[in-house]
Design a protein around this ligand. Structure first.
Ligand SMILES: [Zn+2]
Length: 279
């Protein structure tokens, strides 16, 4: 793990990249922020999490770091110890954790929409959607004692994802009053994350459905070795891809009340009040 601080004092804000070693976009964003040497109004911690997995270009070494914040991960796993160090490093901060995905090119947030910091930050980021994970916190980074916003910055390994990650990080740092400037909230379409969609054993998988677009009952949404998989009830796919996960295609989602508000609903006063509540 590599930790860099910008500014003096004890940071209450952090940016985390490289939770997964095959998602370099967050690390690229952090390196760019370091190179910028910006004049910060408040200190911020920049954390490159899983350096060993990044070096090897793999998602993880022994266990998924984003699921390793619990007792289910073996004690001798590299990521179990790393999870403990990372949790200690970001404790007490509002943190942006940057990921990328095989499922969807447009940036989206994956966070607990009930939490106040999520309601403040996410509508001010360039994300198309919020995936509201609600109680999915068990064993995840959300279990750390920090206020976390997770974003998916785009498709894994692409220049666009690296560029998006940098934009999202700068927007986050502006909302958090680390960087100067204003942000305006928008209403963000929100989907509640539901059950995982398991993959039957097969050598080849295909996905036909678009993420965040309704799959109707009876529609073929994927295939395993050419065998069609048909929806037995309608759902909105979330994080759906052929090979993004080992044992599942992704998740079933359903539309939820949108977070954020339209700019006509007093955006000026909102950005001022969120600024003071962030400090
Ligand atoms: Zn990830």
């Amino acid at each position: 793990m590599r930790v860099v601080q910008l500014g003096e004092g004890t940071p209450e804000v952090s940016v985390v990249g490289g939770i997964h070693g095959d998602e370099p976009c967050g690390v690229r964003a952090i390196e760019r922020l370091e190179a910028d040497e910006p004049d910060v109004k408040r200190p911020v911690k920049l954390v490159v999490a899983n350096e060993r997995a990044l070096e090897r270009g793999v998602r993880y070494v022994d266990a998924d770091l984003n699921r390793a914040f619990g007792a289910d991960t073996p004690e001798d796993a590299h990521e179990r110890r790393l999870a403990e160090s990372l949790a200690a490093e970001i404790e007490g901060t509002t943190a942006l954790s940057i990921h990328s995905t095989q499922s969807h090119a447009d940036p989206f947030a994956v966070s607990d929409g009930r939490q106040e910091h999520v309601q403040t930050v996410v509508p001010r980021l360039s994300v198309a959607t919020l995936v509201d994970v609600e109680e999915f916190g068990g064993g995840r980074l959300f279990a750390a004692d920090a206020d976390i916003v997770e974003v998916e910055a785009g498709l894994q390994g692409t220049e666009t994802a690296a560029e998006n990650a940098y934009t999202l990080a700068r927007e986050f740092l502006t909302v958090m009053d680390v960087l100067p400037g204003d942000t305006v909230p928008r209403e963000i379409p929100t989907f509640r994350m539901g059950d995982p969609i398991p993959k039957p054993p097969a050598d080849e998988y295909e996905v036909f459905a678009e993420n965040f677009q309704e799959v109707e009952e009876g529609e073929t949404f994927a295939a395993a070795d050419g065998d069609p998989l048909v929806a037995d009830e309608s759902f909105w796919p979330v994080l759906l891809s052929p090979y993004g996960y080992e044992n599942q295609f992704g998740y079933e989602g359903e539309p939820a009340p949108n977070i954020g508000q339209s700019p006509s609903e007093g955006a000026n006063s909102t950005s001022v009040s969120s600024r003071s509540s962030a400090q």
